[in-house]
Design a protein around this ligand. Structure first.
Ligand code: NAP
Length: 298
């Protein structure tokens, strides 16, 4: 299957200045990811003149308490409660942040389809095609699907967006919203599962690599906190250079001087078959994701 993105390659959109927004945003199911997005957007827009107001719904008293006591949220919400209908009614953009298996239960709540009518819906639900949501909402074509990554909570998400049915204004709005919490890639919906799997494998790899680097360092006499600080910053700086001006080949060449430590470390990694191990893990993750969605991404 060929990569089918809107341009020849997936488009990475760095955050950019945009006209002022006045938006009322609902998050139905403001759990881990909903709260990560909420806090990331609040933080990114804190000093701006954008006028964003949030309506948040959850199910349990414990989650309600958590949101009501969150000082970051105070003053920026117009509703925090357990009614999805009320949260949706007050908003013009609605994020679906509950668990995927709850879709039909939530959308069949009395009054919710009416409250969602003609609104821009952004589904975070992994594995749920937009057509399934549209079909429950009188075939609305204002439905986008976005898979943010865990980095959203520190404004470092890589959010994968499928928004083929949206008009240009809605699409620009979705991209803008997720640019507040990091970077975005626009992909065709048939590939969103593969992109999500690569993202998940990449996070897994980073954690495993950091853990192994720290263990190796400790075994050679470096303290665990020092080793972790060193590993995290080095992983970060390599990633930043790859995101910036350097190619993989350029970075490898510039690090690898004759008789140097780095080239010897690279060769030892190759002896341990680390490179094919990583590629295989990524391919396994993509195939596993396809298997979860019955053989294709969407
Ligand atoms: N976690 C990730 O890294 C990630 C990444 C990409 C996409 N996603 C997607 O994001 C969604 C949420 O994932 P999560 O990790 O944030 O899960 P989560 O922490 O369990 O959040 C789900 C939220 O939905 C609320 N909820 C439950 N039943 C509800 C109902 N009937 N109406 C409204 N809200 C209801 C829960 O409220 P209570 O807390 O009160 O039960 C909870 O706050 C999922 O669809 C997932 O596929 C997650």
């Amino acid at each position: 299957m060929s990569s089918h993105t809107e341009s020849e390659h997936p488009t990475a959109h760095p955050p950019a200045a945009k006209p002022l927004k006045k938006l009322q945003i609902a998050i139905l199911g403001c759990g881990f990811m909903g709260t990560a997005l909420l806090s990331g957007i609040l933080q990114a827009t804190e000093k701006s003149s954008h006028d964003l107001k949030f309506s948040l719904s959850v199910r349990s008293e414990a989650s309600l308490d958590r949101l009501q006591q969150d000082s970051r949220v105070a003053g920026r919400t117009q509703y925090v409660g357990t009614s999805n209908v009320e949260a949706a009614r007050l908003s013009d953009v609605v994020l679906l942040g509950f668990r995927p298996h709850q879709l039909s239960e939530v959308l069949s709540e009395p009054g919710l389809a009416e409250a969602l009518k003609d609104k821009l819906i952004i589904s975070l639900l992994a594995g749920v095609p937009t057509r399934q949501i549209s079909a429950s909402l009188a075939d609305s074509d204002r439905v986008a699907r976005v898979i943010p990554s865990i980095g959203a909570q520190i404004n470092e998400s890589m959010s994968i967006i499928a928004a083929a049915s949206l008009n240009a204004v809605d699409k620009e709005l979705v991209i803008w919203l997720f640019q507040q919490v990091g970077r975005t890639q626009i992909v065709s919906e048939e590939l969103i599962g593969s992109f999500t799997a690569v993202s998940a494998a990449c996070h897994a790899l980073t954690v495993v690599a950091a853990d192994a680097i720290v263990d190796g360092s400790v075994a050679e006499g470096i303290s665990r906190p020092e080793a972790l600080e060193l590993a995290a910053q080095c992983l970060r700086s390599s990633a930043s250079m790859l995101q910036g001006h350097m190619s993989i080949e350029g970075l490898k060449e510039s690090m690898s001087i004759a008789n140097g430590i780095t080239i010897n470390a690279i060769l030892e990694l190759d002896r341990g078959r680390v490179r094919p191990g990583i590629s295989d893990a990524v391919r396994h993750a993509v195939r596993y994701a396809r298997g979860m969605s019955g053989g294709n991404d969407s």
